[in-house]
Ligand binder design. Structure first.
Ligand SMILES: *Cc1c(COP(=O)(O)O)cnc(C)c1O
Length: 420
């Protein structure tokens, strides 16, 4: 079919300009994807991945070779001593909870140094309204402190002051790599490395990183530069758009042992937990992940260019390198944000006929609108967008299983936003 029947000549010309302007960026992302793919394949070969690893176990799941080998592969690729990857971890928040409960004991302090963590952790930490006696960290006598970021960086002077006041009680220094839904820059792996070095020189705390949306955006992960533990969701980057769910933790042998004891129970740790036939999709997803993440990054750069040229404020800028897959686009009006999300939805492979509506969400003061026409429910490695209905009406866009489908979705969004 003639492409011009789908999009206006103006939009198609803008798309060509975008790809011209992003030629070097795309070449750099192809090289990154190759480097990360090589690292993954090298680990597959060294660990002798074969068909027998895809067989599922049931019951206790003792000696599940597929599961145990994938754990070793994740550890290798992420530059960690140990790791565990499980389809049975419900979501990223669940995995982060395993990390926090695994390492923190009554009387300990968790010190977040990237400001307030991701929204869903408030009830886990025990700093949300309500939820009393639901077993939050606060219910178990764990204290929480936070240091806000300053000028887009971790404020090391304030971190030093907090560590000075709390001393050895600080068991976790916590960082969130991605901006998430906050308006601040995403941390690079090298910035996280500097913080880890600083913390390890000052105290014995574990440096724990919420790595969601960050995996494979650079050629190494925070564990390769000194983080004690990283955590992420498989319906984001490392699942490669193939995993049906699950999450991973990777880090030092000691941290992973403790988290394994929390994930199942002390004494059994990572030796139980059947894989129920999910191994193949976790392997295949990890194999795809460097490529899929590069496609999502290309889609983000492409969206930044198109919407910048259409006169909207975007962050990061279209040429800026990234350490996560999130693109912010400030639509400026409620109508613009709604049109943007409807355009993304109409450009999706699943539920493209649905028109998203703003709605109330538990825990949010403003209505939120979301577009997610995804194969795996809520998977945000697939093209998706959302944003709260408040000024400056920012859409948070992420994902794209292929650049072609990402480009299609962005052009749909542009067509909806610019329609008369
Ligand atoms: C997605 C995400 C999480 C975890 O969210 P879930 O919806 O529970 O998977 C945590 N932190 C960040 C920065 C995230 O992007």
């Amino acid at each position: 079919m003639d492409q011009t029947q789908l999009f206006s000549p103006e939009l198609l010309s803008l798309a060509r300009d975008a790809e011209d302007a992003l030629r070097d960026t795309f070449a750099r992302l192809d090289a990154l994807s190759f480097e990360n793919t090589a690292r993954v394949l090298d680990a597959f070969r060294r660990h002798g991945v074969s068909d027998s690893h895809f067989a599922g176990t049931s019951g206790y799941g003792y000696d599940d070779r597929g599961r145990d080998t994938l754990d070793l592969i994740y550890a290798d690729v992420f530059g960690a001593e140990r790791a565990f990857v499980r389809h049975s971890i419900a979501c990223g928040t669940h995995a982060l909870s395993i990390a926090l409960y695994g390492l923190l004991r009554p009387g300990d302090v968790m010190l977040s140094v990237t400001g307030r963590p991701y929204d869903t952790l408030a009830e886990v930490i025990g700093i949300a309204e309500g939820g009393e006696d639901m077993g939050s960290l606060a219910d178990f006598g764990v204290r929480y402190r936070e240091v806000a970021m300053k000028d887009g960086k971790v404020d090391l002077a304030s971190v030093a002051a907090a560590l000075g006041e709390e001393g050895a009680r600080v068991k976790i220094v916590y960082l969130q790599r991605s901006k998430g839904y906050a308006d601040r820059p995403t941390l690079t792996v090298s910035e996280i490395g500097e913080v880890a070095r600083f913390v390890h020189e000052s105290c014995g705390a574990y440096v724990v990183v919420d790595n969601c949306y960050g995996e494979f955006c650079e050629n190494r992960e925070p564990t390769a530069v000194g983080a004690d533990l990283i955590v992420g969701s498989l319906i984001k980057n490392p699942g490669g758009g193939i995993a049906e769910g699950g999450a991973y933790l990777a880090g030092t042998a000691r941290a992973i042992e403790k988290c394994g004891a929390r994930f199942t129970c002390p004494g059994e740790g990572l030796e139980v937990g059947a894989s129920h036939g999910q191994n193949k999709s976790l392997y295949r997803g990890f194999f795809m992940a460097p490529h899929t993440v590069a496609a999502a990054l290309k889609t983000a750069h492409f969206a930044a260019y198109v919407f910048d040229r259409l006169g909207f404020d975007v962050s990061p800028g279209y040429l800026e390198p990234r350490s996560d897959i999130i693109q912010m686009i400030r639509l400026g009006t409620a109508d613009g944000l709604i049109r943007f999300c409807r355009g993304i939805q109409s450009g999706s492979p699943v539920d493209a006929f649905v028109a998203p509506e703003p709605s109330d969400m538990p825990g949010y003061a403003d209505q939120v609108i979301m577009a997610a026409g995804t194969f795996v429910q809520g998977a945000s490695i697939e093209l998706s967008a959302d944003g709260p209905l408040r000024a400056p009406y920012t859409a948070f866009l992420q994902g794209g299983l292929t650049f072609e489908s990402g480009k299609y979705g962005i052009l749909k969004a542009a067509a909806y936003v610019t329609a008369q």
